[in-house]
Design a protein around this ligand. Structure first.
Ligand code: 5GP
Ligand code: ZN
Length: 107
């Protein structure tokens, strides 16, 4: 989507430190980390937030959730991690392309 910073990261118009990529999703380091490891996992298809997810995104969201522990382990978060999805302005969302925060401290 035009003017979406995360779509530009997907298109490599804006550089990022990518830690995982496949045909459905991209995971990269948060530019302003709130934890020693702070990653953002995003779908390659644009939708604004969890509140904008549709039935057609059901499989994609399932694939993303199942990928989270694998990405976390590969980032060294073998002892556990936090996930966060901010939804809407009231939920603290600043970038309106759905993303899952993955945060933690390597074991
Ligand atoms: P939100 O508050 O929307 O849930 O989180 C947005 C996150 O995106 C923030 O943690 C912020 O640091 C991160 N972020 C914003 N712009 C960029 C960017 O251009 N590159 C990267 N890697 N992260 C970004
Ligand atoms: Zn987008």
């Amino acid at each position: 989507m035009e003017n979406c910073i995360f779509c530009k990261i997907i298109d490599k118009q804006i550089p990022s430190s990518i830690v995982y990529e496949d045909e459905n999703m991209l995971c990269f380091k948060d530019i302003n980390p709130a934890a020693p490891v702070h990653l953002l996992l995003i779908p390659k298809v644009h939708f604004d937030s969890l509140a904008h997810a549709q039935l057609e995104h059901e499989t994609l969201l399932g694939k993303m959730m199942l990928k989270v522990p694998q990405i976390a382990a590969e980032a060294g978060l073998t002892n556990g991690f936090k996930t966060q999805i901010n939804t809407g302005k009231g939920g603290g969302q600043e970038v309106f392309h759905l993303h899952i925060h993955i945060m933690g401290r390597p074991a």
